[in-house]
Design a protein around this ligand. Structure first.
Ligand code: NDP
Length: 296
């Protein structure tokens, strides 16, 4: 029987744990606060930010919402980040990507105080993760570590194949799986668009993480029996539905399920975990800042 990994349920239990840690922080006079910065009119980005704010409210995290006109000079965003860095009431800062083309994305990531870096994308935090001393771990790969743990899959000694090498998913995922620590100790292969004979690589996987952004590109023929499949992809494809589209992953669910011992669905797998781990990073930032020990 293939186990369908229920990301909604795991995320719910993480939110419950966080809510009790937030209560303990409140006893110490600390109220975690996340600042979200939006510099776009893109409806999808607006939706993401409002979902993140809703998640915060649900567990008792305060939010500060900053909207910047997408036509404004880049300096307005940089100055906003500086102000939020200096604001003692703000624990975590999230700048919703993508930012407009005239803004230097690298400068945005560099500018955020690494101690308030709720996304875990600041070069210092990336370096700490690579060096095996992580502080804030990017939300999607961190959530995947928790999902594997939730179904009792220990990467130690296993062959893990990550399809995708982005800075936000593929690379940090590979780093976590290979790290010499709990949740790691796997032998990791990282694949990308220039990989020769992808199927030969994916068939070696005991754990497959698909993060390419290509609808259903990995099917059961590309997998071995008993693999654990984590499908990060979120792709809109035309469909005969009310909205005219449906969401599919990077994995062909039905054929992969026939081979897998466990698999995440899309939606309802990785997505809810990404949202939950943002809350995690915010609570951690608040606790670290106040030097309050929390059980995270
Ligand atoms: P990027 O576009 O930044 O990276 C995609 C990666 O996949 C690249 O490394 C690219 O290779 C590789 N790739 C593309 N096509 C192929 C192919 N045919 N064969 C092998 N490798 C390929 O995407 P992200 O990492 O940001 O996101 C990946 C997917 O995950 C998207 O669908 C995104 O929507 C989704 N996502 C979901 C999240 C969630 O919470 N569930 C969170 C974040 C992302 P190369 O480097 O050579 O270009």
């Amino acid at each position: 029987m293939t186990e369908i990994i229920d990301g909604n349920a795991v995320a719910e239990s993480i939110r419950a744990d966080l809510a009790s840690e937030i209560d303990r922080l409140a006893d110490a006079g600390v109220r975690p606060t996340l600042a979200t910065v939006l510099m776009t009119d893109d409806p999808a980005s607006e939706t993401y930010v409002s979902m993140k704010q809703g998640d915060c409210e649900e567990v008792g995290i305060e939010t500060v919402d900053v909207d910047i006109d997408p036509e404004a000079p880049a300096e307005e965003l940089y100055d906003t980040i500086d102000d939020l860095n200096a604001d003692d009431d703000v624990d975590g800062i999230l700048v919703q990507m993508p930012v407009p083309e005239h803004v230097d994305k690298r400068e945005v990531l560099r500018r955020i105080d690494p101690a308030k870096d709720a996304d875990g994308f600041h070069p210092e935090n990336v370096g700490r993760l690579v060096a095996g001393n992580p502080r804030f771990i990017p939300c999607t790969p961190h959530g995947i570590v928790k999902l594997l743990d939730s179904v009792g899959v220990d990467p130690e000694g296993k062959d893990a194949v990550v399809v995708g090498r982005s800075d936000i998913v593929g690379k940090p995922m590979a780093n976590l799986l290979v790290q010499k620590a709990a949740g790691g100790n796997a032998t990791v292969t990282v694949c990308h668009s220039r990989t020769a004979d992808l199927a030969a690589k994916t068939r070696q996987a005991d754990i497959l993480v698909a993060a390419a952004g290509v609808p259903e590109m990995i099917d059961g023929e590309m997998l071995s029996e008993g693999v654990t499949v984590i499908d990060v992809g979120i792709n809109r494809v035309d469909a005969d539905t009310e909205k005219g589209y449906e969401l599919v992953g990077d994995v062909d669910f039905e054929s992969a399920k026939a081979k897998a011992s466990a698999i995440t669905p899309v939606p309802g797998g990785v997505g809810p975990m990404t949202r939950a781990m943002l809350l995690w990073n915010t609570v951690k930032a608040a606790a670290d800042d106040a030097s309050v020990a929390v059980d995270l």
